[in-house]
Design a binder for this molecule. Structure first.
Ligand SMILES: [Zn+2]
Length: 209
């Protein structure tokens, strides 16, 4: 019964997103040489994670253009894929984000650490979930974490197994919060508001204990 109730919440949230009929624009940039097809495989997986909760994302290469598309859910989000050498974050962090930034690069993924999680063939899956996690922080405009699912602060072994099978999803609370955040972005599109908090949020998604 509980499973049906959660599904009902997710479907209701998904329907409200469809009513907005907008697309979350994501721009990816990197100076690194990623393994062949790694990024495109990860993008497909991330898109599916959001599609499952009624959110459509559109990927672009490079820096965001000045004018957002008319069907965009507010300003585009910029994802930067880099290595950890220059990052001022904890040793366990796979990525970090600035959930309150309204422009500029709000998401930084640390590729060398993502690659170390498992075998090379698994890297696109981890990259997909790391991006989904950080994108959700920005859409929800919060650094808060959930007890279960994609937005857990620390993924454990069972979570990584569930990623591979596609079984790791957003919690019902996160689904609701993501849709609320998208609605906020649509309402505030083009206002170019100043950041509420310029501090980057460091992520520690992996427990090495
Ligand atoms: Zn997080």
């Amino acid at each position: 019964m509980r499973a049906f109730w959660i599904l009902g919440i997710a479907m209701a949230a998904g329907m409200s997103a469809n009513a907005q009929n907008c697309v979350v624009a994501l721009y990816v940039s990197t100076d690194l040489s990623l393994p062949t097809a790694m990024l495109s495989l990860a993008e497909i997986r991330t898109s599916a994670i959001f599609h499952n909760i009624g959110v459509t994302v559109r990927w672009r290469i490079g820096a965001p253009t000045a004018r957002a598309a008319h069907d965009a859910c507010g300003e585009p989000l910029a994802v930067r894929i880099e290595n950890s050498a220059q990052a001022n974050v904890t040793a366990e962090a796979l990525a970090y984000s600035a959930p309150f930034a309204d422009s500029g690069v709000s998401i930084h993924v640390l590729l060398d650490r993502v690659m170390r999680i498992g075998p090379a063939s698994y890297a696109p899956v981890v990259l997909a979930y790391v991006m989904a996690h950080e994108i959700a922080h920005v859409l929800e405009r919060t650094g808060a974490h959930s007890r279960d699912g994609v937005m857990k602060a620390h993924w454990d072994r069972s979570d990584y197994w569930r990623m591979e099978s596609g079984g790791l999803a957003f919690s019902a609370e996160d689904v609701e919060s993501i849709h609320s955040g998208i609605a906020y972005r649509v309402r505030h599109a083009g206002r170019n508001e100043t950041s509420m908090n310029g501090e980057a949020l460091s992520e520690r998604l992996v427990s090495h204990e």
